[in-house]
Design a protein around this ligand. Structure first.
Ligand SMILES: Cc1cc2nc3c(=O)[nH]c(=O)nc-3n(C[C@H](O)[C@H](O)[C@H](O)COP(=O)(O)O)c2cc1C
Length: 338
């Protein structure tokens, strides 16, 4: 199945949750969280889209980058692509009841693996959803990255780190931008922002590479480094946690300059093609995560739909690397941005 066919197949099972708009820019689904939208007016989701659309590339064709490599070394693995599967939890209340949580996350993880990529799993108040994510992790051969909510209970974070590692996680982290999720507190699982000491304490609970997801300013990126983070994900959670944020492509260069290459930076938000991925790589990321299009992939065609989406984006990235003169990911720089 090609991507238009996969999207068409996802339309019926996702019909109450996603309009599968020709351009996925967060307008039609504004405020639909839970669901597929962004918070309140949807402006943060829309800003992710606009910032990428406004970023343009320098076409260059006098060079030797005729057969680029898209390989990425991350967390001790060599991946065939820097386009990774974002952690997504809550298939039922966000996308529809057509898949169980375990089926959904397994499709994400196995599809990512089939594309030479890496699957990520998330966390939620409902233990059954975390268990669904763990089932997905166990279904992986290469391992996953597990992202735990910024729970107030350090013991609970530690326990989930352990469960995820037993299930095959190769890196662990927290989505710190989930700090304001009142729904977690309402279900007796309070979360909140962390002090530098608290972040360092969380970091100390694992010897695996530690990822902080949901950083949007250089000062906080530097605090993550001070706490011992091995990787930062520049992200506003797909616009789902705070209305009125800038787009990820706007803040990424600022954060990349502050970190100066000390740890890998990943970024996400409205990556809808390999060209979008190249734009974020040009602005300072080493890899990108894809969210919503992989929901269409999973609901449209299971693991094959997820794999086809990531493979298509990787092929587009490959072609765009030829057209911007980048023989490897290491050669991508701000020089490709107009
Ligand atoms: C349905 C859905 C569920 C999500 N669940 C989680 C989660 O459990 N943990 C997390 O860190 N991020 C979660 N996210 C955010 C994604 O990991 C990612 O940051 C975001 O979707 C990227 O933007 P995009 O969907 O526009 O590509 C979720 C996003 C969506 C759309």
């Amino acid at each position: 199945m090609n991507l238009p066919q996969i999207r068409e197949a996802a339309r019926e099972p996702m019909k109450k949750y996603c309009k599968l708009c020709p351009v996925c820019d967060g307008r039609a689904c504004a405020g639909q969280v839970p669901g597929m939208g962004g918070a309140l007016s949807g402006s943060s989701f829309q800003a992710n889209h606009k910032a990428l659309a406004d970023t343009r590339l320098n076409l260059r064709v006098i060079h030797e980058a005729a057969a680029p490599s898209t390989a990425l070394s991350l967390f001790g693995k060599t991946l065939q692509t820097p386009i990774l599967a974002a952690p997504m939890t809550g298939a039922g209340y966000n996308c529809g009841d057509g898949m169980t949580e375990a089926e959904f996350v397994t499709a994400l993880v196995q599809g990512a693996e089939a594309a030479g990529s890496l699957g990520w799993i998330g966390d939620a108040a409902d233990m059954a959803l975390f268990e669904g994510g763990l089932a997905g992790a166990r279904a992986s051969k290469e391992g996953v990255v597990a992202i735990i909510k910024p729970r107030n209970d350090l013991g609970e974070i530690t326990a989930r780190f352990q469960r995820a590692q037993e299930a095959g996680a190769i890196a662990l982290g927290i989505d710190l931008d989930g700090a304001g999720l009142v729904t977690m507190a309402l279900q007796g699982q309070p979360v909140g922002p962390k002090s530098l000491d608290q972040l360092a304490a969380i970091r100390s609970r694992t010897s695996l590479p530690f990822v902080v997801k949901g950083i949007m300013t250089p000062d906080e990126a530097l605090l993550c480094l001070a706490a011992g983070a091995d990787c930062i994900v520049v992200s506003n959670h797909g616009g789902r946690v705070l209305d009125g944020c800038p787009g990820v492509a706007e803040v990424l260069p600022w954060i990349a300059d502050a970190l100066g290459g000390q740890v890998p930076i990943l970024a996400d938000g409205c990556v809808r093609s390999g060209v979008d991925a190249l734009k974020l790589l040009g602005l300072g990321a080493q890899g990108v995560l894809v969210g919503r299009p992989l929901c269409w992939g999973a609901f449209g065609a299971g693991a094959q739909g997820v794999a086809a989406t990531l493979q298509t984006y990787t092929q587009q990235l490959y072609q765009a690397m030829i057209m911007t003169g980048c023989a490897s990911l290491g050669e991508i720089s701000r020089n490709i941005i107009f």
